[in-house]
Design a protein. Structure first.
Length: 114
């Protein structure tokens, strides 16, 4: 399984981005899809997760600003990032979970300036 993330970039605080993650296989094979992020010098943290049934959950720092969704017909998971803050600056990684196995994409860099 390969996961390819798109959509990172440099934006100013308050602006928006949309990240996409495309799977090489069927998204329906996985229990859940998620986005994690890792800022420089910090541990990787969960940003948002969506189950196979479409139930989302979010990290506390992004609730109300980020939205995760999935398009099963395109084997794609999306992350809409609104009202971005400098502290959202990080490499964002797409994750697919199958039973107790995690699959990871390479990551895409999001940089938010003041």
């Amino acid at each position: 399984v390969q996961l390819q993330a798109y959509g990172g970039g440099l934006v100013q605080a308050g602006e928006s981005l949309r990240l996409s993650c495309v799977l090489s296989g069927s998204i329906l094979s996985f229990n859940a899809m998620a986005w994690y992020r890792q800022a420089s010098g910090k541990q990787r943290e969960l940003v948002a997760k969506i189950t196979s049934s479409g139930t989302p959950n979010y990290g506390d720092s992004v609730k109300g600003r980020f939205t995760i969704s999935r398009d099963n017909t395109k084997n794609t998971v999306l992350l809409q990032l609104n009202n971005l803050k400098p502290e959202d600056t990080a490499v964002y990684y797409c994750n697919a979970q199958w039973r107790n196995i995690d699959f990871w994409g390479r990551g895409t860099l999001v940089t938010v300036s003041n």
